[in-house]
Design a protein around this ligand. Structure first.
Ligand code: AHG
Ligand code: MN
Ligand code: MN
Length: 334
C-alpha cells in the first residue's frame, strides 16, 4: 500500500516535535477535518439542496447570513461540542462566547472559527473556505471564558483553513511548518499532499479590492500605483488577482507568492477582516511558511483582541512584499 499519511498519522508521526500535540490535539484536528468533510459535501451540492440564498437573518457583523454559513457553523459546533477537547468556542456567526453545553466535559483547547469565509461567493460557485484558530485554555475555572479567546495571536497553538475549491484541501500549522492535506473523496480521507509549504520571499501578485482605492490612505495608493508601474528589473507590474474569498486569495498567494491587502479605509478604520478567526490564523500559517502578516504597523500576531469580533487591517503574504507595503505606509518609501 502506498505511504498514505492522514492528518492523524501526520500529527502522531510529528508528535515529538509538536509541543502542543498530544493525543487530544490530533483528535481535535481529526474532529475539525470531520466537520470539514460534511461542510464540503454540502458546499459541493449547494446548488441542488435548498441551502443557497439568504436565511434573511443578519450576523453580528450586520452581514446577511447565507444559509450555508449557518449550516457550516452548526456543523462545526455539533462535531466538537461533546468531545471534551474544547473549553469554549467563538464563531464569526455567533455574537458572544460559545460555551460547551453543561452535559459535556470541558477540555484544554479553545477554538475560534470563521465557519464559511467568502460566503458572498456561494451562489456563484466560487471557492470558499473555513478558517480556524486554536489556543490553549488559560482561565482557571473548569469551563472556558472570554479570556481564553482574547489571547495574543502568537499564543496560538495551531491554526488552519479548509478551502472548498477544485479540490478540498486542509492546510494547518501547529508551530512546526505548514502542511496541506487533499481530500480523497473516494476514501473520504484528507491525505498529506503538501509537506512543509514555504511561500516565496517575494511574489508577483497583488490581491485587493481596488474598488475602495479612493477611500485608502494616500501612502497605500502610492504603493498600489508603484506595483502597477512597469519596471522590468523589479518584476513590475504585478498581476492583479482578487477572488473576494480571503481563503482562496490567501491560498493562491501562499503557494505562488504575492501580497493580499485588506486595509483600513475612510469607512472602515479597522478594515473589514476579523482578528480572531481570519487575520490571526492566517498570520500564524504565513509566518510558519516564511511570509509575514501585519496590520500596516505591527505584526498581526503581536496583537491581542479586546473583543471577539474585533476587526484589523490585514497585509499578508510574501515577506519582502509585506515589509515594502509597511515602508510605503510609514512614508519611508514613496
Ligand atoms: P466572510 O464571508 O467570512 O464574511 O468573509 C468575507 C471576506 C473575505 O473572505 C474577503 O477577502 C472579503 O470579505 C471580501 O470583501 P470585499 O467584498 O469587501 O472585497
Ligand atoms: Mn471570512
Ligand atoms: Mn464567514
Amino acid at each position: 500500500m502506498p505511504h498514505v499519511v492522514t492528518i492523524e498519522r501526520h500529527i502522531l508521526e510529528m508528535q515529538k516535535e509538536y509541543p502542543s500535540a498530544t493525543g487530544d490535539f490530533s483528535a481535535l484536528m481529526y474532529d475539525i477535518a470531520f466537520a470539514a468533510k460534511i461542510i464540503g459535501s454540502s458546499v459541493r451540492k449547494a446548488g441542488l439542496v435548498d441551502i443557497l440564498g439568504l436565511t434573511g437573518s443578519e450576523n453580528v457583523q450586520g452581514e446577511k447570513v447565507q444559509k450555508l454559513d449557518d449550516f457550516a457553523n452548526d456543523t462545526i459546533f455539533r462535531a466538537l461540542d461533546h468531545t471534551g477537547r474544547l473549553c469554549c468556542m467563538a464563531s464569526e456567526e455567533i455574537e458572544g462566547l460559545i460555551e460547551i453545553p453543561k452535559e459535556f466535559n470541558c477540555g484544554k483547547y479553545v477554538l475560534a472559527f470563521d465557519p464559511l469565509d467568502g460566503s458572498s461567493n456561494i451562489d456563484a460557485n466560487v471557492s470558499i473556505g473555513t478558517i480556524f484558530s486554536i489556543f490553549q485554555k488559560v482561565s482557571k475555572k473548569e469551563r472556558g471564558t472570554i479570556e481564553d479567546c482574547l489571547q495574543q495571536g502568537k499564543k496560538q497553538v495551531a491554526a488552519g483553513y479548509i478551502i472548498y475549491g477544485s479540490s478540498t484541501m486542509l492546510v494547518y500549522t501547529a508551530g512546526n511548518g505548514v502542511h496541506g492535506f487533499t481530500l480523497d473523496p473516494s476514501i473520504g480521507e484528507f491525505l498529506l499532499s503538501h509537506s512543509y509549504i514555504i511561500t516565496p520571499k517575494r511574489g508577483k501578485i497583488y490581491s485587493c479590492n481596488e474598488g475602495n482605492y479612493a477611500k485608502w490612505d494616500t501612502n497605500l495608493q502610492k504603493y498600489i500605483d508603484y506595483i502597477k508601474t512597469p519596471d522590468k528589473a523589479s518584476g513590475r507590474p504585478y498581476k492583479s488577482r482578487y477572488i473576494g474569498s480571503l481563503v482562496a486569495d490567501f491560498h493562491r498567494n501562499l503557494l505562488y507568492g504575492g501580497i493580499f491587502i485588506y486595509p483600513a479605509d475612510k469607512s472602515n478604520p479597522n478594515g473589514k477582516l476579523r482578528l480572531l478567526y481570519e487575520a490571526n490564523p492566517l498570520a500564524f500559517i504565513v509566518e510558519q511558511a516564511g511570509g509575514a502578516a501585519s496590520d500596516g504597523e505591527i505584526d498581526i500576531m503581536e496583537k491581542t483582541a479586546e473583543e471577539l469580533h474585533e476587526r484589523s487591517p490585514l497585509i499578508i503574504g510574501s515577506y519582502e512584499d509585506v515589509r515594502e507595503v509597511e515602508d510605503f505606509l510609514s512614508g519611508k518609501r514613496t
